[in-house]
Design a protein around this ligand. Structure first.
Ligand SMILES: C[S@@+](CC[C@H](N)C(=O)[O-])C[C@H]1O[C@@H](n2cnc3c(N)ncnc32)[C@H](O)[C@@H]1O
Length: 168
């Protein structure tokens, strides 16, 4: 699973990466102190921070929440398959890292509609041999180990950030 190349169907619907238009994944990356963001993302990030000064703290708290939830699910709840919709750019404590710390056999499918996120995910989201899989949204193809077993799917913080700028 690891490093699986994108299938044609995965890449057919991808828009080109336009770094002049702010995108939620990259704005979020900026707030988390990442380096995968561009001037348009930073400008939008600062505009949002001007009206909501606690946004950076909220983003970091949200990442911590996500990790706690995954740790609980992989631990006490015994979940071994995860569908992470709205993956975001790789940062610390990504879903597969947390789950596989608890249970290395956990399998994770990452889904995101930002082509930059997918490019990074394919390059950086390496894991245990059981693996991760990344695909575009809407997902056209995904493979979980066992469709008859429980799968936790989550969509964390996918919509609070404006992502399109109206151009005049
Ligand atoms: C703020 S990031 C959240 C990252 C991570 N889930 C977290 O909670 O830390 C939001 C992500 O959701 C993705 N996203 C937004 N709308 C989506 C949709 N309709 N389908 C798939 N991904 C989406 C964005 O591209 C971005 O990467």
């Amino acid at each position: 699973m690891n490093g699986t190349p994108p299938s044609d169907s995965d890449s057919l619907s991808f828009p080109k990466i336009d770094t002049t238009v702010p995108h939620s994944a990259r704005i979020y990356d900026y707030w988390l102190g990442g380096k995968d963001n561009y001037p348009a993302d930073r400008e939008m990030g600062e505009q949002i921070r001007a009206v909501l000064p606690s946004i950076v703290e909220m983003a970091r708290d949200q990442r911590a929440f996500l990790a706690r939830v995954v740790r609980y699910l992989a631990g006490e709840a015994g979940i071994r398959q995860f569908l992470d919709i709205g993956t975001g750019l790789p940062t610390a404590d990504n879903t597969h890292q947390v789950a596989q710390q608890v249970a290395p056999e956990s399998r994770i499918v990452y889904v995101d509609n930002d082509p930059l996120v997918l490019a990074h995910a394919r390059a950086l989201l390496t894991s245990s041999p059981e693996g991760t899989r990344s695909c575009g949204a809407p997902p056209r193809r995904w493979t979980l180990a066992n469709p008859s077993r429980s799968c936790c799917w989550g969509s964390c913080t996918t919509s609070p950030i404006p992502t399109r700028r109206t151009r005049s």
